[in-house]
Design a protein around this ligand. Sequence first.
Ligand code: AP5
Length: 193
Amino acid sequence: MRLVLLGPPGAGKGTQAQKLVAKWGIAQLSTGDMLRAAVAEGSPLGLEAKAIMDRGELVPDRLVIDLIDARLDGADAANGFILDGFPRTVAQAEALDALLEAKQMRLDAVVELVVDEAMLLKRVENRIRETLQAGNSVRADDNAEVLKTRLDAYRKQTAPVSAYYAGKGALKQVDGMAPIGDVEAALHAALTS
Ligand code: AP5
């Protein structure tokens, strides 16, 4: 199973990706996680990405395309993968098409988690509370001010990606406002129908 999971910040992409990893034995390829790991390591990529991520803007396409290129045919993705947070621009979606073609792979599904933006701040606030309760550090971009920029980037740069896949007849939509277990069931139904 090779899948793209789309949706705005806080839509539940990471939550659902982890459930699919457990269920299908496939890899979660999250560009956000890869970039945060690079920032934590202090690698040249991390140094280039950190300030951009902290502002809530998108990092340059070439950085994330290279990250994904290196991971699509990794050993952990032998059974398939979930692209979580990639592609986030139409240029990234076009680059993904080219990478998949070169690797003789194809996507099985593109699913968008559809959510009401007004709820996203509450979800991010919940995540901050849970992170602090667990004794972990809160993401630098998880606050009300930066969330506005992240949502703005989503509307301007990522919403057209849904239209890109819809135009190819490849987009499925799932209600991301339902309880987590119901979203999981709807996603399963969308992937197996
Ligand atoms: P990234 O890490 O991808 O963050 P994001 O898309 O903003 O997504 P989040 O991780 O905030 O949300 P999510 O949809 O995974 O929701 P979650 O499951 O955690 O990107 C971070 C940054 O990296 C970007 O801003 C950019 O700078 C850079 N970047 C990354 N990829 C890039 C790319 N391709 N191109 C350029 N730049 C890139 O859920 C959120 C909370 O809600 C959790 O607390 C969860 O428990 C809760 N929740 C989930 N589902 C439900 C539900 N159904 N009901 C109630 N609560 C729920």
